[in-house]
Design a binder for this molecule. Structure first.
Ligand code: ZN
Length: 493
């Protein structure tokens, strides 16, 4: 039996009992990064949030297909319909082929996510690999009468759509709000109305990423890819669509309108949005000088940082806030998170060898803590409440360790599974070994092995000393006797 999971749906603005379309299975789609620069704090929060959702749904028994896309075409500067493609611009500035930019930053994004212990999604489609699907989708919207061709480009007709459906249903706007919020820019003569958005753009001569289409040599509009790839991999209707709050309008609003226009359904049953990260109370932005990449955070190499913060500290810090609340980064808050994480990880280590007293009476708090942890996570991913309940479990582990509390076998195993399945499994908090720490361990082990070999040689036990040398060689370690009777080791290439 899969337990009840409650999820806040941006579309209905209420917390709902989660009911998947197909029993036992969940399809989820999350808007991934536009890969034209290093992964930064703004990527860490959705990365970790939807990773915990993915892990939790699997943990409670669902089979999950998690699609997270890579945007590598069509995302123009300022999220607008005019201006340079973000990736093409980077390629021009660095004299690279656009796909070199995409490859470089996709790999770096993957590295950063791996450090944060974010699991890879089930499918990671690229927008540029789905041009055919996007062209077919534009044609469908044209056929349905909700788009028009203008000078080789195709635009979505917002006004016409709004006569039949509600444009703004997701972000809670009406057409008047949308009109007021849209600037009437020069050079947008191709559009009938400044509210309309591009489905297909005719490429200007200097635009380097373009494909043939029935309308022009051009490229798809940014919002189109998620409609096309969501349908392709999850079906006309699927369960969960996630992303940052900044994507709700216009990106997700347009995606929803495209879905309705092309297939008569919004397609998504639960829309989920994570709130934003601020830095010392300010919005993060390149012009504000508070734009921190994840590499800078992990190495401490940004003027705003007092020290380096490990990936697990950052992950723990993100989990300390509910995903729908804003999260403010400051050195004090991160240092507090670092301490909290250390306590949690120490208990995760100690619980493995926790003393068990046969016949000890059951400790009712153990069962209560387990319930609190699950209740919190199943209540719209309330990770801060889950963590505070888990700190009660930390206290119990410490009391059992110092002997002030005696635990029976069953309670001990409940505590063990809380740390293994929830702390490590669902929250993804694991012991991290810095490079220097693992180097220290290897150094110590090699000293020990070389010492064994020295003893063997002193005892003229050539069989053992040769065996040590040969077996080290087999795993890529070369040892060499030095003239002074010592021994050196190197890693073979
Ligand atoms: Zn998207």
């Amino acid at each position: 039996m899969i337990p009840n999971f409650y999820i806040y749906n941006t579309l209905s603005r209420t917390k709902e009992l989660f009911k998947p379309i197909h029993p036992g299975m969940v399809g989820m789609y999350v808007c991934g990064p536009t890969v034209y620069g290093d992964a930064h704090l703004g990527h860490a929060r959705p990365g970790v949030t939807y990773d915990v959702l993915f892990r939790l749904l699997k943990h409670i028994g669902y089979k999950v297909r998690y699609v997270r896309n890579i945007t590598d075409v069509g995302h123009l500067e300022n999220d607008a319909d005019e201006g340079e493609d973000k990736i093409a611009k980077k390629a021009r500035l660095e004299s690279l082929e656009p796909m070199e930019v995409v490859q470089t930053y996709t790999l770096r994004y993957h590295e950063a996510m791996k450090k944060l212990n974010v699991l890879p999604p089930s499918i990671e489609p690229h927008a540029s690999g789905h041009i055919i699907e996007q062209i077919a989708l534009v044609q469908k919207i044209l056929d349905a009468g909700f788009a028009y061709i203008s000078n080789g480009s195709v635009y979505f007709d917002v006004q016409k759509y709004n006569e039949k459906h509600h444009y703004g249903v997701l972000s809670g706007r009406n057409l008047e709000d949308t009109k007021e919020g849209t600037r009437n820019l020069d050079g947008q003569d191709d559009k009938h109305s400044p509210m309309d958005f591009a489905l297909w753009k005719k490429a200007s001569p200097e635009h380097i990423m373009h494909w043939p289409s029935p309308w022009s040599e051009g490229f798809p509009g940014w919002h189109l890819e998620c409609s096309a790839m969501g349908e392709k991999y999850l079906g006309e209707e699927f369960d969960i669509h996630g992303g940052g709050m900044d994507l709700m309008f216009p990106h997700h609003e347009c995606e929803l309108a495209q879905n309705v226009a092309s297939r008569g359904t919004g397609g998504v049953h639960y829309w989920m949005h994570n709130n934003m990260i601020t830095i010392n109370g300010q919005k993060m932005g390149k012009s504000l000088g508070n734009f921190i990449t994840l590499d800078e955070l992990f190495s401490g190499s940004h003027p705003l940082l007092e020290q380096a913060y490990s990936p697990m500290t950052v992950r723990f810090f993100i989990l300390q806030a509910h995903y729908r609340s804003t999260l403010d980064f400051s050195n004090e808050a991160l240092q507090a998170a670092e301490k909290g994480l250390r306590r949690m990880m120490q208990a995760a280590k100690d619980v493995k060898g926790i003393p068990v007293t046969a016949g000890a009476p059951a400790a009712p708090q153990v069962k209560a803590v387990k319930e609190q942890v699950y209740d919190a996570l199943l209540d719209d991913l309330n990770t801060p409440n889950a963590l505070s309940a888990l700190f009660e479990a930390v206290k119990m582990v410490n009391s059992a360790k110092d002997g002030s509390v005696k635990l029976n076998e069953e309670d001990a195993s409940v505590l063990k599974s809380l740390f293994a399945d929830i702390v490590g499994g669902v929250l993804g908090l694991v012991e991290e070994q810095s490079d220097s720490a693992s180097a220290k361990v290897i150094e110590g082990l090699m000293d020990m092995v070389i010492d064994f070999r020295r003893t063997a040689k002193a005892e003229k036990n050539w069989a053992v000393s040769d065996k040590i040398r040969d077996e080290l060689k087999a795993i890529g370690i070369q040892i060499k006797d030095t003239k002074d009777g010592g021994c050196e080791w190197t890693l073979a290439d």
